[in-house]
Write a protein that binds this ligand. Structure first.
Ligand code: ADP
Ligand code: TRP
Length: 321
């Protein structure tokens, strides 16, 4: 099966991104033909500073490679290195009803959060459809927040096929099984836009400091505590063995445990979890030429496929000489 997904380079990747999406992308690459890309065209919808956009794109590439993306097997590229998607996006735009896009909640949410209501942001789902359809993807693993965009993609593919003949493949969505939302240090959903993240590759000393400062309730040490309401336990759950987790659960419920103790252990386990990847990340940082080569090779492989679909589409719609 061809599995495709994109991740926006809109800031440094955090452990919410990792446990909520990246880890599952990385698992899926073993048994499928993985197509993963860094959605830098999409990131432009929030008007980043040019140097930030370039730097973040490259950081996302290094993060994915450090965390185990295998560029021999999986095609991995930067979206803007395959500009064919923009042409397909335009062609698809011309058969996409305004109403379909007006119903998309992600546009409304982003504008409500303060992003400028530009046309790129409005047309975002059409570009996403082009990303998916140009590679004839079978499955698109995404978080629940993206479900609607996959439905829009199917709708656009079906309209295209009805108008111009069966050419595009409506994808199945694959909603990533939710690891529940990873909370940030202030207890809200961990998110770049809330400034409450623990970045995957920030220095260990800073990871530790942040975990020690996670907001907890004020239940006194001696009293029993509810692990399922605790932000620290939510992180511990991601990295502790089942046996150790059971022990901590019992300690929460028995009383006599201070939050400082469980924070300390969570920080240790979190640092251990990412330590091997951290080394790899450092090696990549020291070998930028290699990272650039991976992206260039990925773009060449992706582009050949994209070109092919685009030629078929151009021919079908009458853009032929
Ligand atoms: P952010 O909220 O930091 O801007 P994105 O919206 O770019 O993150 O998320 C990219 C992917 O990471 C999405 O698939 C999303 O579902 C997942 N993700 C982001 N934050 C979390 C979180 N706190 N818990 C679980 N998954 C998350
Ligand atoms: N919109 C996705 C997100 O914010 C990123 C994305 C862009 C994407 N193009 C895609 C995801 C194609 C899956 C397939 O997470």
């Amino acid at each position: 099966m061809r599995v495709l997904s994109g991740i926006q380079p809109s800031g440094k990747l955090h452990i919410g991104n990792y446990f909520g999406a990246m880890r599952q992308h990385l698992h899926l690459q073993h048994e499928n033909d993985g197509f993963y890309f860094i959605a830098d065209y999409h990131a432009m919808t929030s008007n980043p500073a040019p140097d930030d956009l370039a730097a973040r794109t490259f950081e996302v590439a290094m993060d994915y490679l450090a965390l185990g993306l295998n560029p021999q097997k999986t095609v991995f590229w930067r979206q803007s290195d395959v500009p064919e998607v923009i042409e397909l996006s335009w062609i698809l735009s011309c058969i996409t009803p305004m109403g379909l896009l007006q119903r998309c909640v992600s546009y409304k949410d982003k504008v409500a959060q303060g992003l400028s209501a530009n046309h790129g942001l409005f047309a975002y789902p059409v570009l996403q459809a082009a990303d998916i359809l140009i590679f004839k993807s079978d499955i698109v693993p995404v978080g629940a927040d993206q479900k609607q965009h996959i439905e829009v993609t199917r709708d656009i593919a079906e309209r295209f096929n009805q108008t111009y003949g069966e050419l595009l493949k409506p994808p199945a969505d694959h909603i990533l099984e939710s690891v529940a939302v990873v909370p940030g240090v202030d207890g809200r959903k961990m998110s770049k836009s809330y400034g409450n993240t623990i970045e995957i590759f920030e220095p260990e000393s800073s990871v530790k400091k942040k975990i020690m400062r996670i907001v907890t309730d004020s239940t006194p040490v001696e009293e029993p505590k509810d692990p399922d309401k605790c932000n620290v336990y939510a992180l511990l759950k991601l990295v502790a063995s089942p046996e150790e987790l059971t022990q901590w659960r019992e300690r929460y419920q028995a009383g006599g445990m201070g939050y400082g103790e469980v924070k300390k252990r969570t920080a240790e386990l979190m640092m251990e979890y990412f330590r091997p990847y951290r080394q790899k990340r450092q090696e990549l940082q020291n070998d930028i030429t290699y990272v650039k080569k991976v992206l260039a090779d990925g773009a060449a492989r992706a582009r050949a496929i994209a070109r092919n679909t685009l030629n078929e589409v151009r021919n079908a719609v009458g853009l032929r000489s």
